[in-house]
Ligand binder design. Sequence first.
Ligand code: SAM
Length: 299
Amino acid sequence: MSTGSSPRTLNGRHKPCTSVAILEHELSELRLLLEREAGVLLDSPTDILMARVSNYLESRHLGSAPDLLSLLRSSETECESLLETLLDGDSGFFRHTNAFQTFAGKLLPELHQRKSGESPRTLRIWSAGCSTGVESYSIAMSICHEVNCGGGGWNIHILASDIRRSALQVAERGLYLRKALAQVPRPLIKAYFAKVGEHLLAKPRLRNLVTFTPMNLARPAYLGRFDCIFCMDVLPHFSVTQKIALVQRLHLYLEPGGYLLLGDGEKIPSAADVNFQMEKESGAVLYRKPLAVAAKSGK
Ligand SMILES: C[S@@+](CC[C@H](N)C(=O)[O-])C[C@H]1O[C@@H](n2cnc3c(N)ncnc32)[C@H](O)[C@@H]1O
């Protein structure tokens, strides 16, 4: 434990490479605060985390961690701004391959058939924790490929949200290096992207399906009901308490018969105590909200 008399790191040593040192208890306080505000567990190695926070202090011209802590307590924007530098935004087109294959091969045909008699025929999908939008455009490509979006009389909407505004700006631009689409089949690239030098730009037929919006998943929001929610590689970064609360909200946000898709190997905690039917399909695990829940409770 540091004595607090001089600025020392967890090892009890001064950190040579960063100019603003952070004390052990300050880092713990910061972790607790961000867990409460954004649900996330900052589990990066301590030295990496300290260096990132220290860089942030410098970039904001703050002299010490207590200055940052008091700012964070009074400003939600400050919290979001710090998370920009601390959160992992790893993503990729069709990254969770099994889930995307199941979405295209099973869920979309099932939804298509179930909704064919409806008027208007609507499909609402949520990409929760969408990072730079590649997950959301992968969903849009799958839908365009399976459902006749243009001429088929379908009202299709993909809501894509993330807490990091910088990631959402990239998503809205829809401009990616060609190598980022290396895993995307050529016919899909040809149909849905335009070449711009070394980049590929999402065409309007994809972009028109997606609305990007900033949102903190640790906070309840009124969003209406979705037919499918993609919440991939987000839950593992949440604390247990926040994970349970988020799963319960995701259940609420689903239409009866709707599906929750998680990333590879992810599971919902049993303590969430929500009525999901777990289905295994081509290596993907799907969570389906039973239709009967709606019939019984009227929800
Ligand atoms: C590892 S990335 C996964 C991106 C994408 N879902 C995928 O699987 O390719 C996790 C994303 O969740 C976002 N995230 C983390 N905590 C969040 C929160 N409390 N509210 C909203 N988004 C959050 C991060 O900003 C990041 O973009």
